[in-house]
Design a binder for this molecule. Structure first.
Ligand SMILES: C[S@@+](CC[C@H](N)C(=O)[O-])C[C@H]1O[C@@H](n2cnc3c(N)ncnc32)[C@H](O)[C@@H]1O
Length: 414
């Protein structure tokens, strides 16, 4: 017979999980998300379960299963690798009319766990009609296809539910469309109007429905751009007209992104606003070139600096003396055109001429390129190579770690 699909509301209700291995560690977080009062019974528990017990989020009975453990439970999960124990748990649960999911044998299980996931306010669950013989990867693949469709907007979750309003300030990550967060992508798919920046992952715009209005607020350095006050005004006026507005920005909205200015403008106008953090280029772009911004024994600190004005410019508030004297990694944004002045300043305040420097342009994009140099040479190398923004400059010994990684990578085939 076909299973009867149901959504269990487990808030404050006891769920007993017998077993503390891989299956239990997958099930328990979802049970906690549903608000269940989870008790794990197992002589040993995976580290993640131990952590949850130490934090008081679950109760862990560090012993084997005993008859009576299912007392008071609304649901039991038999997840040990011992068939006899799982059978005993299932029998106890059955006797007291408690649903039991057996991880070892779907055919003997009273209840089945669907492949599940969430896209916005929609919860998706997929069950094979015959989990005993069906391949669980098939259900998981269908679940993933549905979730992907909902997140990208290819399947619209908008119909039949309340329409979202206000503004979402979304960090799109450094450029690769795969580096936006799941929430960012969901909210983008629901938008009526999208205001984008030049460095936002614009290829995601192709996936939007035809009726979505796209406003290009791109700021081209020294070129045409929509003034910030016009962007703020557009966010507010579209939201006031009842549209859900997505403001798609590059990297993280709050890292040299004027995201907080936009949040303040919305709130001052009484418009509800949410912010979705993004992968900042300050960390994501170095990582895409194998540069770790910290590395044990090499760098304990990293400084992220905007060089939109040169050292010495009266508008600069950066303490170059401190940065020159520090041994921490420097991650410089908007620095390409002023790299000579920056290098001079760092040398003046104590950095070594041979300090490794890495310049990464178009990070995470198909056109990404990396130039390795030293503090003494970087200005001429950048000029020779004709490096153009956007680029990140990393200064410090962590650049040598990237060299070691790339050398080893040459010997490791996928
Ligand atoms: C106005 S800042 C915005 C930073 C953004 N909010 C973030 O968190 O990444 C723009 C600067 O970020 C850096 N940047 C952004 N995306 C980049 C990319 N894909 N590759 C290299 N640098 C990038 C460049 O230094 C660029 O000039």
């Amino acid at each position: 017979m076909d299973p009867y699909l149901l959504g269990l509301r487990l808030g404050g209700r006891r769920v007993v999980v017998v077993g503390g291995g891989g299956v239990a560690s997958r099930r328990v977080p979802a049970l906690l998300d549903a608000g269940a009062d989870v008790m794990v019974v197992s002589p040993k528990a995976a580290a993640s379960l131990e952590d949850l017990a130490a934090a008081g989020r679950i109760r862990w009975e560090a012993r084997g299963y005993r008859p009576g453990d299912c007392a008071g439970a609304w649901l039991a999960c038999a997840c040990t690798d011992d068939t006899a124990v799982n059978a005993a748990v299932a029998a106890e649960a059955e006797a007291q009319l408690t649903w039991c999911v057996r991880a070892d044998d779907a055919g003997l299980s009273a209840a089945w766990t669907p492949a599940s996931g969430r896209a916005g306010d929609v919860r998706v669950g997929v069950l094979s009609a015959d989990p005993k013989h069906g391949d669980p990867r098939h259900s998981a693949a269908i679940r993933d296809a549905v979730l992907d469709g909902l997140r990208s907007g290819a399947l619209s979750a908008r119909h039949g539910r309340g329409h979202r309003g206000g503004v979402a300030i979304i960090g799109g990550g450094p450029g690769d469309p795969g580096l936006i967060t799941v929430r960012g992508r969901q909210l983008l798919a629901e938008a009526d109007v999208v205001l984008t920046d030049r460095l936002a992952p614009r290829s995601l715009l192709d996936e939007l429905r035809d009726d979505v209005e796209i406003i290009d607020a791109g700021k081209i350095p020294y070129g045409r751009a929509m003034a910030q006050e016009h962007i703020n005004a557009a966010l507010v006026s579209h939201a006031r007209a009842g549209r859900f507005v997505a403001r798609l920005k590059g990297g993280d909205p709050f890292v040299f992104g004027r995201g907080a200015e936009e949040v303040l403008a919305c709130l001052r106008a009484g418009v509800p606003v949410t912010v979705v953090p993004g992968v900042t280029s300050a960390v994501g772009v170095p990582a895409s070139a194998w540069v770790p911004v910290t590395h044990r024994g090499v760098a304990q600190e990293f400084h992220v600096v905007s060089v939109h004005v040169a050292p010495g410019d009266e508008r600069s508030t950066v303490n170059w003396e401190l940065l020159g004297g520090s041994s921490g990694t420097l991650v410089l944004l908007m620095a390409v055109e002023r790299i000579g002045a920056v290098a001079d300043e760092l040398l003046r305040f104590g950095r070594n001429r041979d300090t490794p420097v890495c310049v990464i342009a178009d990070g995470t994009l198909p056109t990404q390129r990396t130039i390795n140099s030293t503090l003494e040479q970087v200005e001429s190398r950048v000029a020779e190579e004709g490096v153009r923004p956007p680029a990140i400059v990393v200064v410090g010994d962590v650049v040598n770690v990237a060299a070691e990684i790339t050398e080893l990578m040459r010997h490791v085939t996928a």
